[in-house]
Ligand binder design. Structure first.
Ligand SMILES: Nc1ncnc2c1ncn2[C@@H]1O[C@H](COP(=O)(O)OP(=O)(O)O)[C@@H](O)[C@H]1O
Ligand SMILES: Nc1ccn([C@H]2C[C@H](O)[C@@H](COP(=O)(O)OP(=O)(O)O)O2)c(=O)n1
Length: 242
């Protein structure tokens, strides 16, 4: 296992669609290299949770835009214990629920929401004296276009759906594979592809690979292999900069 520590602050952008391994990889890389960690998807989920809780129609872009400045979202950036609160309430669990997952693409497509959350992300990255790994959909293209290292993770839809379903089943406490589990994977894959399409087609900073990002297909890689690959890319960048 590598235990490298980078001497100068390094900013790492990790983008890609759902289930490619962004969160698991980013947390592990940040912990291993002594960097902070920011899950930008959690911030979009948090503002979506607030909109739903406030009774705002998430398909009404004007209503969402008008309310975008109201909630206070705070992200804790310790990779070993990341946190997310909205107006002081811990929302780490409810933001992973079906309702938020179904509404987050609509809310995050609203330009006023993106402007607010992008500003927050940039200020968190600027304040991370030791460097930071920021993961999301538009980090390399829009939020931090000058990031030192940019990575775009991909994986086949089948693999991504299987990973996400296993994760959801684990959270719900189920164990052995069943016919029900098979149909759950199919439903998860359909939902995931719908979200990819919405996130990729929106006008403001869509899900996209930056021209200068390194693409890593994680379909056939273990999580440890992906972590090693990203650590190596960061170390190589550090050596070139010296
Ligand atoms: N390379 C991999 N091989 C197997 N499982 C993985 C791999 N990368 C991530 N996972 C698992 O897949 C699920 C989704 O990973 P996650 O990091 O949340 O992806 P993302 O942040 O891109 O949505 C998690 O349960 C995680 O443990
Ligand atoms: N930088 C980002 C990060 C996430 N989003 C939006 C679009 C995504 O579908 C949602 C949720 O992102 P999240 O990373 O939590 O999604 P997954 O856990 O990978 O399924 O937020 C975004 O628009 N821009």
């Amino acid at each position: 296992m590598s235990t490298a520590v980078v001497a100068t602050p390094v900013v790492v952008a990790i983008d890609g669609p759902s289930g490619t391994g962004k969160s698991s990889t980013s947390k592990a890389v940040a912990a291993r290299m002594g960097l902070r960690y920011l899950d930008t998807g959690a911030q979009y989920r948090a503002i979506t949770w607030w909109m739903l809780n406030a009774g705002i129609d998430v398909d009404d872009a004007e209503a969402v835009a008008a309310a975008a400045g109201k909630p206070t979202i705070v992200s804790g950036t310790d990779p070993l214990a990341p946190t997310i609160t909205v107006d002081g309430t811990d929302v780490a669990a409810p933001i992973r629920g079906r309702q938020v997952t179904g509404a987050v693409s609509a809310v995050s497509a609203v330009p006023e929401v993106r402007a607010r959350i992008t500003e927050l992300q940039r200020s968190i990255a600027a304040g991370a004296a030791e460097g930071i790994v920021v993961e999301g959909r538009d980090i390399g293209t829009t939020v931090l276009p000058d990031a030192d290292v940019k990575i775009f993770l991909t994986a086949s839809p089948e693999v991504r759906a299987a990973r996400r379903s296993a994760e959801l089943a684990g959270r719900a406490g189920s164990s052995a594979p069943t016919a029900q589990a098979g149909s759950d994977v199919a439903a998860t894959q359909a939902a995931l592809l719908r979200r990819d399409a919405a996130d990729s087609r929106r006008k403001t900073s869509p899900l996209a690979k930056a021209a200068d990002a390194t693409e890593v297909d994680t379909s056939e890689l273990t999580l440890e292999q992906v972590i090693e690959c990203v650590v190596t890319l960061i170390e190589e960048r550090g050596r070139r900069a010296r």
